[in-house]
Design a binder for this molecule. Sequence first.
Ligand code: 0PR
Length: 365
Amino acid sequence: MREHGCPEEDLFSFLLSKRQEDLGYRNILSSMCTPPHPVAARAHAIFLETNLGDPGLFPGTVALEELLVRRLGTLMHHPGAGGYATSGGTESNIQALRIAKKLKPVGSPNVVVPASAHFSFLKACDILGLDMRVAPLDADFRMDAEAAAGLIDKNTVALVSVVGTTEYGMVDPIAALSDVALDRDTFLHIDAAFGGMVVPFLDNPVPFDFSLPGVSSISVDPHKMGMSTIPAGCLLTRDPNYFACLNVETPYLTVKRECTLAGTRPGASVAAAVAVLEYLGMEGMRAVVTGCMENARRLIEGMETLGCPRAVTPDVNVATFSCDRAPAGWRVSRTRAGHMRIVCMPHVTRDVIEKFLKDMSDMHA
Ligand code: 0PR
């Protein structure tokens, strides 16, 4: 560290110069994050120093976390769901498997995940000492429910499936998996980190949530399609008592026990998440999601006209193509199988799509 502090102006010109090295979201087609909604940024600033890790000091912020859980629980057809605000999908997935493992103490525990599972499950299995059994996908990149059932045995502590897969934007056959979970008496965790804030706002949403009796827990991330500030995730459980098995004693805090993974936890991004939900309501969220889906469809149609066929018709706003090259200046990503992948987030407006298609077309000319 410097012996003497530097002048504020120098400091901020340094910080701003670093910030300018960042890419603006404008040409980023590869991200599941997006600039926060203006009301999220405004709410975040008000709650900057709040710490949900010591709830007794911030009862107002705690009430907002409870409101977030209630709103998302209701969106997932279970107003009485248990839950808390996590740092994102990774923490939610780790904590869900931690609960599942505690609920079923066996010698050598395993979990069954689809081949499309996010890499956070590799971390979860490593930390928790779980053997990861990978179920294959069908031709449309959805988890094969029958194959998954075949991998479950007496040591299986959880079955995992995805609503809005990271790579192809697919929704697994949750209704069939819910039946499997009930039939085999297995904990079913739904990773809806991305799709949880998309599917409920589609025209004819497929049931994927607590409306299906076999679903035990759900990850849903406000910092993705919820347009909150980072970090804002949420883990929801059918039974609020599930969290008790994670409790550790916290002798010198304002509360006596804590079930979260993180200790000190931001209240600012939780207030931001609530702000977006309250400000937009169902109607506003439907408008955002409808726009993103329309843009994804326009992109797919445009790319196919240019000779780049879709890999699959996605269930959410992630579009994938057989296409070797992207025009200069654009950030796209690649799936493990090599498909070009574009996430049609709210910042990827119709204008942006048309510009991208124009650059694609110029490149092919
Ligand atoms: N589950 C699913 C289905 C996900 O897609 C992701 C992240 C996670 C869990 C983990 O969530 P956290 O990253 O919040 O812990 N999916 C994106 C991905 O890995 C995250 C991301 C976001 C990556 C923005 C890049 C980026 O610019 O692709």
